[in-house]
Design a protein around this ligand. Structure first.
Ligand SMILES: [Zn+2]
Length: 439
């Protein structure tokens, strides 16, 4: 029996804009007094008219560009109808068949490309709060979040393990933060993850696909990864028990219980037809001109993978480059680039000192660097490495030394002093040299 998981991811990102998606209410809703940031538009009162937020649409297109999507010349908003207490309009303005961006990809470190089906713009819903009031169990609703710009990034089911899914999510997270469209703080719900999982089972009776499961609203990479692993196992067991296969209608939605580390059934999934999508009548379609797309493309900063390779090019170790970029340590990255042509500093050493927390890139970098790389402060292992390199590079002179010409020792010490920018003590170097040459 061969088992191949098919994992797709929907990622919701709350954009950082001043105002909401279709009205002038502030978009920053975090820990504000409930229902203080609402108006007839985001409450969906009769007669209110939405006006799209230009900055949000630009951010959506930037995300699309950063994940290699094509930007569709023609786009529109649609109404997605469903009833839920946190959705006072009775529908959500989203994009159905003509999203702003489609057909992109993210490249994993292995070189595998994960397809991005679409990146579309929509609005967030309100928030329900289940609580106790005067000894009674009640649910309160806060509409401050209602109408906050939300972008949905939908991947293809191209991931085959939770490890691949986690790497994809981390890359999306880094991109979003790098291009400055959102902090994507998962604890604040600014980035929410929904894996869609099923499994292809090949056995003696043929090829079978288990029913699709979407796991809703996960707020950490680890939980997403655990939920995926749990689902793969559960679906294989379920298939072995029941033999039920995927049909066009048996997709279900599950939640994830992070304490019990299990997924649980929430509801059978609505299909697109259940939402009765139709074009939003209050917002005309968009024509996005090439010049606009090119302008937004030019505004994009270096993307994480580009930033990593630019650090590697100047000599930073790949591992350190990745850490610096994922921490978004802008100051450090800039300092390392600034010192890349300075022959008093070896960039790989500088980067490694910063990554290991030994050097503060915000303070007198050179002074710290010289102090840290001085022999007294350099571990002997480091010095020994330098000496070994010089020995390896000069076999002819080593042979002379072995023949008895001990005055060549001065040459080696000189070379080592150069390598350490004169910071090593000649006595310490001579000692290490002699140990190595005489052994
Ligand atoms: Zn409003």
């Amino acid at each position: 029996m061969k088992i191949t998981p098919l994992i797709g991811l929907e990622v919701h990102v709350e954009l950082e804009t001043k105002s909401k998606m279709f009205c002038g209410c502030p978009a920053d809703h975090f820990s504000k007094a409930p229902n203080t940031q609402t108006c007839p538009v985001c409450l969906g009162l009769p007669g209110a008219l939405p006006v799209p937020n230009k900055k949000a649409i630009e951010s959506c297109i930037k995300i699309g560009l950063a994940v290699n999507c094509s930007i569709n010349r023609l786009s529109k908003f649609d109404r997605k109808q469903y009833f839920y207490p946190d959705l006072s309009k009775g529908y959500q303005i989203s994009q159905y068949d003509e999203p702003f961006c489609s057909e992109g990809f993210i490249t994993l470190d292995s070189g595998k490309k994960i397809g991005v089906e679409r990146v579309h713009q929509e609005e967030d819903t309100g928030k329900l709060q289940h609580t106790n009031l005067n000894g009674e169990k009640v649910t309160l609703v806060d509409f401050n979040r209602s109408g906050v710009p939300l972008v949905e990034i939908v991947s293809k089911p191209d991931m085959a393990s939770s490890t691949e899914a986690k790497e994809y999510l981390k890359k999306i997270h880094e991109i979003i933060r790098a291009i400055g469209v959102s902090n994507a703080d998962m604890e604040k719900g600014q980035m929410r993850l929904e894996p869609t999982i099923n499994v292809c089972i090949e056995n003696e009776s043929g090829t079978h696909y288990t029913p699709l499961v979407e796991v809703k609203n996960i707020n950490s990479f680890n939980f997403a990864s655990q939920a995926i692993d749990f689902e793969i196992k559960r679906q294989v067991e379920e298939f072995e028990k029941t033999g039920i296969e995927k049909t066009p209608t048996n997709k279900t939605t599950r939640g994830y219980d992070a304490i019990k580390k299990v997924t649980f059934l929430q509801r059978t999934k609505e299909e697109a037809k259940d939402y009765r999508y139709f074009p939003e009548p209050d917002i005309p379609p968009f024509i996005i001109e090439d010049e606009v797309v090119e302008k937004l493309r030019r505004e994009l900063p270096l993307l994480p993978h580009q930033e990593i390779s630019s650090l590697e090019k100047i000599g930073v170790d790949a591992k350190d480059a990745k850490i610096l970029v994922s921490l978004q340590n802008r100051v450090a990255i800039q300092i390392i680039h600034d010192y890349s042509d300075d022959n008093r500093v070896e960039v790989n050493k500088l980067a490694s000192l910063i990554v290991n927390g030994k050097l503060d890139p915000a303070e007198h970098v050179l002074v710290q660097y010289e102090k840290l790389t001085k022999v007294g402060n350099t571990d002997t292992a480091e010095l020994s490495k330098i000496v070994q390199k010089i020995i390896d590079n000069n076999p002819g002179i080593v042979a002379e030394y072995k023949k008895g010409k001990t005055n060549v020792l001065g040459f080696f010490v000189g070379q080592a002093m150069k390598e350490t920018h004169g910071s090593a003590s000649p006595q310490a170097l001579t000692k290490i040299l002699k140990e190595k040459l005489d052994s």
